[in-house]
Design a protein around this ligand. Structure first.
Ligand code: NAD
Ligand code: ZN
Length: 377
């Protein structure tokens, strides 16, 4: 390893297989599950309210702007609902701006931050909760275990299933220099509310892309070198549920429930292992072209038969069954510089490669190889 890479890894505390062993991972301490469980939110939050001047701040996907869900939010005292677009993935500067807005508006620290939406809103809620108690910019904490102080109380309420962001100890942010998570023990939600009915309005394409994020988590975790019995048990359950949801003809409400649980288990599976090739390369697509996580994973995964032959076979069956056409020519007009950046970002995801291919991954993965795959996309 070069000096530069060593320094970079030390700065971000990048975990290797060795440092990953025997880690004491936080879990979500409280979770409520069930259709209609959203209406228990008021009761759940009440004991967490410090006083009437310390609000609950709801960060809500603006897709719900005129939906009935907004009226069901327990918006009392000086609580605030902030509608946020999930058009683009969350950015460190967006987190900093939200924290600034909250600090300027309220003299008291809020009682809690509640994220309602997909991975984008869940990650924003986690990051804002951390940055309300930690100094500086969210970009200072992109890496592993760089957060010093406990976040404020934060709650995650997914409205689309697949990312596992509801259960993970990371919040993935686009920063000025990199797309990387704030991975810390303080990132994990204090409370999660899983109400499968909230995922009702999701379009078929988005359902597929975010659902495939979960499927790919399973494949990458189960085929990785970091795998242990803990990750395997969750990964296998999640994969079984994904196969039911995407390959069988389930009744819609059954399918929604199962995908929500698949997402949870998939997230638990990667907690003690790692993701792999598709995620590393999808990060490159996201960084250079702004391609979103779910679709980015799909765009890459279709060309990974060399690494995940059975997974790609299943993936193709799922694409066909749901009549999904992936976009083409995404990388067709990239400049050499952009292609190089994409490759550098992907190759920088060292733990993912180490999980996928072992410590010796650099003997298989070269810039030329990644370029050849990107050129197909
Ligand atoms: P998303 O939050 O980006 O939302 C995708 C689209 O679905 C948006 O247009 C949104 O408005 C819409 N949507 C969400 N719920 C809806 C509903 N009920 N009805 C209609 N439309 C709805 O999607 P995502 O795939 O869940 O999240 C992607 C993000 O998650 C990325 O930023 C990625 O980096 C992050 N991620 C985080 C983790 C983690 O562990 N923290 C893991 C994987 C991905
Ligand atoms: Zn993912």
């Amino acid at each position: 390893m070069t000096m530069e890479v060593n320094k970079k890894m030390a700065k971000e505390n990048i975990p290797t297989k060795a440092t990953q062993e025997f880690r004491n991972f936080p879990m979500v301490p409280r979770v409520v599950y069930g259709k209609g469980s959203f209406d228990t939110l008021g009761d759940i939050l009440m004991p967490k309210r410090k006083h009437s001047e310390a609000p609950m701040i709801y960060l809500v996907d603006d897709v719900f702007e005129n939906a009935d869900l907004i009226n069901r939010i327990p918006n009392i005292f000086c609580d605030q609902i902030v509608l946020i677009s999930a058009e683009e993935e969350p950015k460190t500067e967006q987190v900093d701006a939200l924290v600034k807005m909250i600090r300027e508006k309220y003299t008291e620290m809020p009682s809690g931050i509640i994220g309602i939406g997909g991975g984008t809103l869940l990650d924003l809620a986690k990051a804002v909760a951390i940055m309300l108690t930690n100094k500086g910019s969210a970009s200072d904490y992109q890496g592993w275990d760089l957060v010093n102080k406990q976040a404020i109380y934060h709650v995650g309420i997914p409205t689309i299933s697949g990312t596992g962001a509801e259960v993970s100890r990371t919040t993935v942010l686009m920063g000025p220099e990199k797309k990387l998570g704030i991975n810390s023990d303080y990132t994990t939600f204090d409370q999660v509310l899983l109400d499968p009915d909230l995922t009702k309005g999701v379009s078929k394409e988005q359902w597929f892309y975010t659902g495939m994020d979960c499927f790919i988590h399973c494949i990458e975790s189960l085929n990785g070198t970091f795998l242990n019995a803990f990750s395997q048990s969750y990964g296998e359950k999640s994969l079984e549920l994904c196969k039911e949801v995407f390959l069988e003809d389930l009744e819609e409400s059954d399918s929604r429930e199962k995908l929500m649980m698949a997402s949870w288990h998939g997230g638990m599976s990667i907690a003690y292992s790692q993701v792999g090739v598709a995620h590393a390369m999808s990060y490159g697509l996201g960084y250079v072209l702004g391609v979103k996580h779910g679709i980015g994973n799909c765009l890459v995964f279709q060309y990974l038969e060399e690494f995940y032959p059975e997974g790609v076979l299943l993936f193709n069956k799922m694409l066909k069954k749901h009549d999904i056409e992936l976009p083409k020519g995404i990388c067709a007009n990239l400049s050499d510089g952009e292609m190089d950046t994409m490759i550098t970002v992907a190759m920088g995801m060292e733990p993912l490669w180490e999980n996928a291919l072992g410590e010796d991954w650099k003997s298989t993965i070269t810039p030329e190889k990644l370029k050849a795959i990107y050129q197909k996309i």
